[in-house]
Design a protein around this ligand. Structure first.
Ligand SMILES: O=C(O)CCC(=O)c1ccccc1C(=O)O
Ligand SMILES: [Mg+2]
Length: 368
């Protein structure tokens, strides 16, 4: 592969509904969209899941801009990349900055699949033609609103429900949900809102036959999660704590987790995501694809990755219309009775809509 040009666009898209977690409320998403062009005029696309604020993880749109411009893009333009797996090798001496690396690497993956005239799912070794998806429901103003939102999602066919929790909005709301919906696949996500001091409180969640509790403790912790897991029956699923297959190896050794949420951006790209998938498969640890309120382009990468065989639990990849008035791909991502059909078109399988992208672009930088 020979990369000719990298275009970084900064976009802002307004969410259909505000999304509240223990980290705060998001009303829109500002993010970087990457287009990498080769000599033959083909383009590979991806987005960075870094947001404007460093609340979920350290990275932001601005730190991504800096790392991409000063370190990563010069590598993409200079090195001979024979396969997308090479990219993470070329990036490996740059510490951290997973989301920035992932955005560029994922665009190389899309370009690679387009050059080979195959789908990204096929390029990754995907096997599933259809994937099951659930929905992530933010913290609402009242329990009633939460119940109504869940009811609507279930009527749309979503295969499982995740609700966000935080101190003051956890055991009681979960009890109400369970009472109204005794048998639905249900899980909760705390986004690191608790500490081991809350161990007795969190253990009350064992009453509710949850599929899992996602990232209850600190964003960078493995040790305390192991102590909590020893105390709770509900499986712990790590999100924020996992950046690599190495992190997964350590978490399994410690007993910190029984399920892994894979987010391509959080682990530095699709090559590392595949490694985590394979390692978990080897250890009979189920994985599922997390979400970061992506536009259609990041969503398309998530769908391709979820076609790998060990994505056995429904992911957070809901329909475009769950987030956006109008998405930036054609067609939009649609969900039929909780199922997305993995596109078999070339690359990510959805066409980026240049007119819509242009209308949402606040800034554009061209390299090469
Ligand atoms: O619908 C989605 O994209 C998932 C939303 C979600 O849960 C989330 C959104 C932003 C940041 C972190 C998380 C999370 O999974 O913890
Ligand atoms: Mg999470």
């Amino acid at each position: 592969m020979k990369m000719k040009r990298v275009i970084v666009r900064r976009l802002k898209m307004e969410l259909v509904h505000p999304f509240t977690t223990s980290l705060g409320t998001e009303r829109d998403r500002e993010f970087l969209l990457i287009e990498i062009q080769n000599q033959d005029g083909l383009s590979g696309w991806a987005e960075s899941v870094a947001s404007a604020d460093p609340f979920y993880k350290e990275e932001t749109v601005k730190t991504n801009m800096h790392i991409m411009e000063d370190f990563l893009i010069p590598i993409i333009l200079k090195e001979q990349i024979n396969h997308p797996d090479d990219v993470s090798q070329f990036f490996s001496h740059i510490r951290g900055n997973y989301m920035a690396k992932s955005a560029l690497e994922s665009a190389v993956w899309d370009l690679y699949a387009r050059e080979k005239n195959i789908s990204l799912a096929t390029a990754l070794g995907g096997v599933k033609k259809q994937i099951e998806v659930g929905v992530s429901i933010g913290i609402q103003d009242s329990t009633d609103e939460t119940l109504r939102k869940i009811e609507r999602s279930l009527s749309e066919g979503y295969k499982r429900i995740k609700i966000k929790i935080r101190p003051g909005w956890d055991v009681d709301v979960t009890r109400s949900v369970r009472k109204e919906f005794p048998t639905i696949p249900l899980k909760v996500d705390a986004n690191s809102a608790y500490s081991l001091e809350d161990i007795d409180h969190l253990a009350q969640l064992d009453e509710f036959q949850l599929m899992m509790i996602e990232q209850p403790l600190a964003h960078d912790d493995l040790i305390d999660h192991a102590e909590l897991q020893a105390r709770m029956q509900t499986p712990i699923c790590l999100d924020e704590s996992i950046h690599s297959a190495e992190d997964v190896r350590k978490a399994l050794k410690l007993g910190s987790t029984k399920v892994i949420n894979i987010k391509i951006g959080r682990v530095g790209g699709l090559t590392e995501a595949k490694k985590i998938h394979d390692l978990c498969q080897l250890h009979n640890i189920p994985v599922w694809c997390g979400g970061m309120l992506e536009s259609g382009i990041g969503r398309a990468h998530n769908i391709a990755m979820t076609s790998l065989p060990n994505f056995t639990l429904p992911g957070d990849t809901a329909a475009s219309s769950n987030y956006w008035h109008a998405d930036i791909i054609n067609p939009e991502v649609t969900v039929d009775n909780g199922i997305i059909t993995v596109p078999d078109g070339v690359g990510i399988g959805y066409e980026p809509d240049r007119n819509k992208i242009k209308a949402l672009t606040l800034e554009e930088k061209v390299y090469g």
